[in-house]
Each structure stands twice: as C-alpha cells, then as structure tokens.
Design a protein around this ligand. Structure first.
Ligand code: HEM
Length: 243
C-alpha cells in the first residue's frame, strides 16, 4: 500500500536522494568521488529499512508480551482491539505524512519506506478486525453482519478496512507497473480511508464522552489532506500559467 510510490519517485534519484551513477553518466562522465558518494549514501537504506521494520513490530510484540505475562488488564479483548485500532490509525497517518515530509525536506529516500508503513497499517487493521470477529463475535457471521448494519461506527470501520484490502494487494512493485496511472487513482483511496477511520474513532469515543484523541487525530488528518489539496491546486495553477 505504497500510495503513489511509483509515480513520485524520480528515476534518476537513488534511495538516499542522491543521483545514481547511471543517471549522471547520461549527461556527463561522473567523477570517481560522485559515484562513490552515491553508492555510499545508498548503503544505509537496507539497515534503515530493517530498523523501521523491527520498530513497527513493537505494538504487536507488546500485545504478545502482555498476553504471555498476563498484563492485558481486566478486559484483554478490549485492550487488543483498542491497541490495534489506534496503531492502524497511526500507520495510516505516517503513510499520509510521507509525501508532505518528502517535499518539505527534499529527502526523497522517505518514499522507500512508504510501502512498508502502509502494509503495517493493513497488518494492524487485519489484527484489529480479526480480534473483533474472532474473540468478540466468535465467528458468528449473522451477528457480525447485523452489527455492521446496526452500529454506524462499526459500519465505517468496516468500510475503511475493506478499502484497505485492494491497496495492500496492489502494493507490490509489479502491480504498480501493471496498473500504471490506475494504480495512482486507486491509491488515492487512502484519503477516504483516513477520513472513515477518524469517523469510526470519533463515533466510538462520542458514546464515551471522550473526544480528545479523535480530535487530535482529526486535526492531523485534516492538515495532511489540506496540504495535499493545496499542493494540487498550486500545481494546477502553475500548469495553466505555463500553457
Ligand atoms: C482502517 C480500519 C480501522 C481503523 C483505523 C480503526 C481504528 C480504531 C480506533 C482508533 C479505535 C479506538 C481505539 C481506542 O479506544 O483507543 C477502534 C476501536 C474499535 N474498532 Fe476499529 N478501526 C478500523 C476498523 C474496524 C473494523 C473493520 C471493525 C469491526 C468490524 C472495528 C471495530 C472496532 C471496535 C469493536 C472497537 C472498540 C470499541 C470499544 O472498545 O468500545 N474497527 N478502532
């Protein structure tokens, strides 16, 4: 679920944001120093990816550890549902933040982490949903369908999860190439997913009169969506001015 990954990465730019030796050589013979710098700068990407991969497993490891040491509290199902739900939202927000951060810092290497972060959002959403239909509803399909139809916060949560599935399925690079521009259009669904996730969180907490966290995440998502809208409007104006 690497939103707009393929389309935004500049081919002549390496993971670290440095130009590749190949791209440089198209225009001029690269100096030995330039080539060495590009190769050297790209070296850290694999350890960095491993570090992000391990760090993103922390919420899962914490649930496991608490489970095995009997520290999930009086209501373990609630603990797991809430923890996985919140982490799904966190990873959705990080995925959305990659492009603004990349554009603000000029650090193109950030794109190399987006697919992984997006897939982690799906991983925690799948755990969240599994906890619900397994431990909460005990695979009672009729009860689940009834619940999805009856409780609006479950309806929108379910819609967000269903929309995440095609993004996860089309995240491999081969799919990015195969779908071309359609891939980009499909992956814009992440904005709708984020909005549904906030609504899900908001409605759930509204019943408990505890809207602090939904408000914080709501502001984050609105800021990220707003940034994208402004960037889109600015590009359109520039295109028109050019033509
Ligand atoms: C992208 C999809 C989803 C996201 C981002 C998400 C996010 C969240 C969040 C942030 C919470 C509250 C955590 C807290 O209290 O701190 C939550 C709770 C919950 N979610 Fe989701 N959710 C999603 C999908 C679903 C789905 C598909 C279902 C079930 C069909 C579901 C069922 C629940 C339930 C039962 C709770 C706990 C309610 C309670 O403890 O009273 N969620 N979710």
């Amino acid at each position: 679920m690497a939103t707009r990954m393929g389309t935004e990465a500049t081919p002549a730019v390496t993971a670290s944001g440095a130009r590749t030796a190949a791209s440089v050589s198209k225009h001029a013979a690269p100096s030995r120093n330039a080539t060495t710098a590009a190769v050297g700068a790209g070296r850290w990407i694999v350890p960095a990816k491993i570090a992000v991969f391990v760090a993103a497993l922390y919420p899962f490891a914490r649930i496991m550890l608490f489970g095995f040491t009997d520290r999930l509290g009086a209501n373990p199902i609630e603990f797991i549902t809430r923890s996985t739900g919140l982490w799904t939202l966190v990873f959705i927000c990080i995925t959305l933040a990659v492009t603004p951060l990349r554009k603000l810092t000029g650090w193109n290497a950030l794109l190399r982490f987006r697919r992984m972060v997006g897939l982690y959002a799906f991983f925690y959403a799948a755990l969240h949903f599994t906890t619900y239909f397994w431990f909460d509803k005990w695979f009672d399909l009729a009860e689940i369908v009834k619940d999805i139809g009856k409780r609006p916060f479950i309806t929108v949560g379910f819609a967000a999860f269903v929309l995440l599935i095609p993004l996860a399925v089309t995240s491999p690079k081969a799919m990015v190439r195969k779908l071309g521009r359609r891939w980009q259009t499909l992956h814009r669904a992440i904005y709708l997913i984020a909005a549904l996730a906030i609504l899900h969180f908001w409605w759930m907490k509204a019943g408990k009169h505890d809207l602090i966290l939904p408000k914080i995440y709501g502001v984050i998502v609105i800021a990220l969506l707003g940034w994208r809208l402004l960037a889109w409007a600015r590009d359109r104006i520039r295109q028109r001015a050019r033509s």
